[in-house]
Design a protein around this ligand. Structure first.
Ligand SMILES: NC(=O)c1ccc[n+]([C@@H]2O[C@H](COP(=O)([O-])OP(=O)(O)OC[C@H]3O[C@@H](n4cnc5c(N)ncnc54)[C@H](OP(=O)(O)O)[C@@H]3O)[C@@H](O)[C@H]2O)c1
Length: 267
């Protein structure tokens, strides 16, 4: 069939995307830092779906490590005689707290992963795909926070706004070529992301399951959508981007407070 590279495949949405692609018969290259989790998922995909799966342990905040990703994935694809045709930039982190409380290293980590890794992996992949001419896809995972900047998520929201703008322009520039670009903006999804961001879930309102979101993301990619928001409630919420910023920030802050609280501060 073809080979898909999925970053952040060791948990949450990334693992669900890998499962969904394997179910469709795609060979997969699984990328993240936790090699043991990637190996376990690769073994599951081989037995459950009979697909080929390769593990690439890499810290994508490191320029040297991320430079190896497309190169090594393409080399592995060649050894199994399949074209490398899909890149999913899914790995992402964020911290939910007042901007001024956040430390320099954490903020830089989020920018390096969400912005720099997405940008440079895309450049490496698109260069490869244009040279090989097979119909190919880039799927970038942004967030509803990139359309509706969320109080407490200043830098995270800004990194996801970057991913949306970047994807939109790239999709335009690549029109007529063999490479399509899709950017998906999920709202709340039940994964480890919430706890890692310093959030404690207090309600299920608007929260989606990772396997459901992953299915909708792949549908959007194969339908060649440029920007897609999964789920009706999220699509309705996204309309708030047309409101004046002061009103919008207040509404977004209130709606987040219905679902999550800080796991750091006493309630
Ligand atoms: N969950 C939500 O509510 C939500 C909502 C909107 C958008 N999103 C976006 O969806 C994407 C997936 O998040 P998720 O919810 O599935 O979260 P998750 O379960 O925490 O998964 C994040 C993934 O990113 C990987 N990762 C983190 N730092 C990395 C690094 N330095 N190098 C390589 N990989 C790294 C993690 O693997 P390792 O730790 O093994 O490296 C993990 O596989 C993110 O881009 C997130 O911003 C999530």
């Amino acid at each position: 069939m073809s080979v898909s590279v999925i970053t952040g495949a060791s948990s949450g949405i990334g693992a669900a995307l890998a499962l969904a692609l394997a179910q469709k018969g795609h060979a997969v290259v699984l990328v993240a830092r936790r090699q043991d989790r990637l190996e376990a998922l690769a073994a599951q995909l081989r037995t459950q779906y009979g697909v080929k799966a390769h593990v690439l342990a890499a810290d994508l905040t490191s320029a040297a490590q991320r430079r190896q990703v497309v190169k090594q994935a393409a080399a592995w694809a060649q050894t199994i005689g399949e074209p490398l045709t899909i890149l999913i930039n899914n790995a992402g982190t964020g911290v939910w707290d007042d901007f001024i409380q956040q430390d320099e290293d954490t903020l830089q980590r989020d920018i390096d992963l969400n912005v720099s890794a997405t940008t440079h992996l895309t450049r490496d992949f698109v260069t490869h795909a244009l040279a090989h001419r097979a119909p190919s896809h880039v799927l970038n995972i942004a967030s509803l926070a990139g359309l509706l900047p969320a109080p407490g998520f200043a830098v995270y929201s800004a990194t996801k706004s970057y991913v949306i703008a970047f994807s939109e322009v790239l999709a335009h520039e690549l029109k007529g070529s063999n490479v399509r670009v899709t950017c998906v903006c999920p709202g709340g999804v039940q994964t480890d992301f919430l706890a890692l961001a310093g959030q404690k879930q207090i309600s299920n309102i608007g929260m989606m399951q990772a396997d459901v979101v992953a299915g909708l993301m792949l549908d959007a990619m194969f339908a060649h959508k440029v920007i897609s928001v999964p789920g009706l409630l999220n699509q309705l919420s996204a309309l708030a981007r047309h409101l004046p910023s002061g009103i919008r920030s207040g509404l977004v802050g209130k709606s987040m407070a219905m679902t999550v609280t800080s796991s750091r501060k006493p309630t």
